[in-house]
Design a protein around this ligand. Structure first.
Ligand SMILES: Nc1nc2c(c(=O)[nH]1)N[C@H]1C(S)=C(S)[C@@H](COP(=O)(O)O)O[C@H]1N2
Ligand SMILES: [Mo]
Length: 516
C-alpha cells in the first residue's frame, strides 16, 4: 500500500472512530448517567489550576458557563484529533503488513487508554449522575469507558480494512469501488454520525446547567424566605446529577468504628429538625445575589456520626457528592446540632439543582461547604482537603458580616418633590451563624449613620431584612452606604488583609441622584 493512501485511510478511519467514541460517551451519559471524560476531565484538571489563574481564565473566556463549554468542547475536539492521529499512525504501521491481530490493537486502543484513565482520572471516576455510591460508580465508569474505547478500536480497524481492502471478485467480475468512492461513503457516514452527535449534544445542552448556574436572588422582589425556584444556584457541573433514590446511599466512612449506610427512607425515618438557614457563596460580590434563605428539614449530622463512632485522630469531615464534589470542615462543626443533612427545602423535597435527595447545611460557613447530592461523609484527619480548597480557596471559610441595598437602584434619580414624601431604602444583612442585631445606613458616604428598621430580624442562622424611610431635604448626588452589626456586637468591617480567596469584605455603596 502506498504511503499517502495509508495515511489518508488511517486519518479518515481514526476521525470516524473518534466521532463514534464521542457518540458512545454521550449516549452512556444520557441513558445510564455514566461519567465520561467530557465532563470529569475538567473536574480533574481544575484542581491543578490555582484559584487566581482560574478566575482570570474565567474572566477572559467570559464566565464560568463559557469556561465549562470551552472545557467540554476541547475534550471532544481533542478526542477526535487523537483518534485521527492514532488512525494515521495505525495506517503507517499496517502499510507493510496484511493483518495486525486484536491482541495488538486491543492493547493499544483499549487497554492503554483504560490504563491512562485509571492513572490520570482515578480521583474523579467515582462520579455518577444517577447517584450510585462512589465504589459502584467507579466500576460503572470504567465499564462504560471500556465499551467506548472498544467501539473506537472496532470502528478504526474495520473502517481502515474496508477502505484499504484489495480488489474483490464478485460473480467472476472484478468489483472494486475505488478508494475515493469508499472514502466518500465513510465521509458521509462520519458526517451523519457527527450530525447525530450534534443532536445528542443539543439534547444534553438542554439538560446542562448553563441556563441556571449563577442565578442570583436580589432586588425589590427579595422576601424573608426565598422561593425554591428563585434560590441562588452555583454548581461546578456541566450537567447536574439527577439522582435515582433507589441507587442512592449515604455512607459514613473513614476514621469510624462502624461504617454506616443509609437509604433515603431510613434517613427520613430518623428524628428530624426544621431549621431556617441562609447560604452565601464565597464568590458573592458586595452588590451580588449569590445568597438566599430557606427552611430546611433533615437530620443532625452529629447523630449520623455518633452512630458510626469516630475514632481518635478524627479532626475533620470530608463530604462527597455523587458529582465527585468534595468539601471539608472541622469534626467539631459537624457535631454542632445545627449542622444538618437535609432532604426538604421549604416543605418540598430538595429540587434536583439544590441537591436531591440530600445535602449538607453548615450554618456560618460559605455555600461551598453545603455539599449537594451528598453520598458520603468521610471522617478524616486534619489534612483532608476539598475540591475548592485544593484549588487554593480559603483558608478562611466563615462568612464575614455583610449587608446590601436592594432598593433603590444604583444611579437612580428621584425628583425632590417625590423624594420629600419618602424613598424606600431597603436590603438584607447577613452575619453567618451570629445573627444580625442592628443595621445602619449613611447618606453621606459614611460620615453619619442612621439606624434602619429590622422588618425581618431573622434568626442567628439567617439574614435579616431591613428598611429605612429616607427623606432627603435638598437636591444632590448622595452616596449611600450600609453596614451591619452581628448578634455578637461585632461591626461589619473592611478587612484589608483578608485574601479574596476567603471571600470579600467591605461595604455596598450606591449613588442616588435627587434632582431639583
Ligand atoms: N455536590 C456539589 N455540592 C455543591 C456544589 C457543587 O458544585 N457540587 N457547589 C457548592 C457551592 S460553590 C455553593 S455556593 C452551593 C450553592 O448551593 P445552591 O446551588 O443550592 O444555592 O453549593 C455547594 N455545594
Ligand atoms: Mo460557592
Amino acid at each position: 500500500m502506498h504511503r499517502p493512501r495509508a495515511i489518508a485511510a488511517g486519518l479518515l478511519a481514526g476521525t470516524l472512530a473518534g466521532v463514534v467514541l464521542t457518540v458512545v460517551m454521550l449516549l452512556l451519559a444520557w441513558l445510564f448517567g455514566v461519567a465520561t471524560p467530557l465532563a470529569i476531565f475538567g473536574d480533574r484538571l481544575s484542581v491543578f489550576i490555582p484559584a487566581d489563574t482560574f478566575l482570570s481564565l474565567m474572566g477572559r473566556v467570559g464566565g464560568y458557563n463559557h469556561m465549562k463549554q470551552l472545557g467540554v468542547g476541547s475534550v471532544i475536539f481533542g478526542q477526535v484529533l487523537v483518534g485521527a492521529l492514532g488512525g494515521m499512525v495505525y495506517g503507517l504501521v499496517t502499510r507493510h503488513r496484511r493483518y495486525i491481530g486484536f491482541g495488538v490493537t486491543g492493547t493499544i486502543f483499549l487497554l492503554l487508554p483504560l490504563a491512562a484513565v485509571l492513572v490520570f482520572l482515578w480521583p474523579v471516576l467515582g462520579t455518577h449522575y444517577f447517584g450510585l455510591p462512589i465504589r459502584r460508580a467507579t466500576a460503572v465508569t470504567l465499564l462504560g469507558l471500556a465499551a467506548a474505547f472498544a467501539a473506537f478500536e472496532r470502528t478504526l480497524i474495520l473502517t481502515f480494512r474496508f477502505l484499504t481492502r484489495p480488489k474483490m471478485q464478485i460473480n467472476n467480475q472484478e468489483f472494486s469501488p475505488s478508494i475515493g468512492r469508499r472514502a466518500m461513503l465513510f465521509g458521509g457516514l462520519g458526517i451523519l454520525l457527527a450530525g447525530g452527535a450534534a443532536g445528542l449534544l443539543r439534547k444534553l445542552y438542554g439538560l446542562a446547567t448553563f441556563s441556571y448556574d449563577g442565578i442570583q436572588y436580589k432586588g425589590r422582589t427579595v422576601q424573608p424566605i426565598t422561593p425554591n425556584d428563585q434560590f441562588y444556584c452555583v454548581t461546578k457541573n456541566v450537567v447536574d446529577p439527577h439522582v435515582n433514590p433507589s441507587f442512592w446511599r449515604l455512607e459514613i466512612t473513614g476514621l469510624v468504628k462502624t461504617r454506616q449506610t443509609y437509604r433515603l427512607d431510613r434517613l427520613k425515618a430518623l428524628p428530624a429538625v426544621m431549621q431556617e438557614t441562609t447560604l452565601m457563596c464565597i464568590s458573592n460580590g458586595l452588590d451580588a445575589g449569590l445568597m438566599s434563605n430557606a427552611v430546611w428539614k433533615g437530620v443532625p449530622m452529629g447523630a449520623l456520626l455518633n452512630a458510626a463512632t469516630p475514632l481518635p485522630g478524627a479532626a475533620k469531615v470530608r463530604l462527597h457528592g455523587v458529582d465527585n464534589y468534595t468539601d471539608t470542615f472541622p469534626l467539631e462543626k459537624a457535631m454542632d446540632p445545627t449542622t444538618l443533612v437535609v432532604y426538604e427545602m421549604n416543605g418540598e423535597p430538595l429540587p434536583h439543582r439544590h441537591g436531591y435527595p440530600a445535602r449538607a447545611i453548615v450554618p456560618g460557613y460559605f455555600g461551598e461547604k453545603h455539599v449537594k447530592w451528598i453520598t458520603r461523609i468521610e471522617v478524616a484527619d486534619a489534612n483532608a482537603k476539598g475540591f475548592y480548597e485544593t484549588q487554593g480557596w480559603g483558608p478562611d471559610f466563615i462568612v464575614p458580616t455583610r449587608s446590601r441595598f436592594d432598593q433603590p437602584d444604583h444611579e437612580s434619580t428621584f425628583n425632590i418633590a417625590m423624594a420629600r414624601n419618602g424613598i424606600r431604602v431597603d436590603g438584607v444583612a447577613f452575619g453567618g451563624d451570629r445573627g444580625i442585631s442592628r443595621v445602619e445606613v449613611s447618606f453621606d458616604d459614611g460620615e453619619n449613620w442612621q439606624e434602619a428598621k429590622l422588618d425581618y430580624p431573622g434568626t442567628k442562622l439567617t439574614w435579616a431584612l431591613w428598611s429605612y424611610d429616607w427623606r432627603p431635604e435638598a437636591p444632590d448626588d448622595y452616596t449611600l452606604v450600609v453596614h451591619a452589626v452581628d448578634g455578637e456586637g461585632e461591626v461589619q468591617e473592611w478587612d484589608e488583609d483578608r485574601p479574596f480567596k476567603s471571600g470579600t469584605t467591605g461595604f455596598h455603596k450606591i449613588v442616588v441622584h435627587v434632582s431639583g
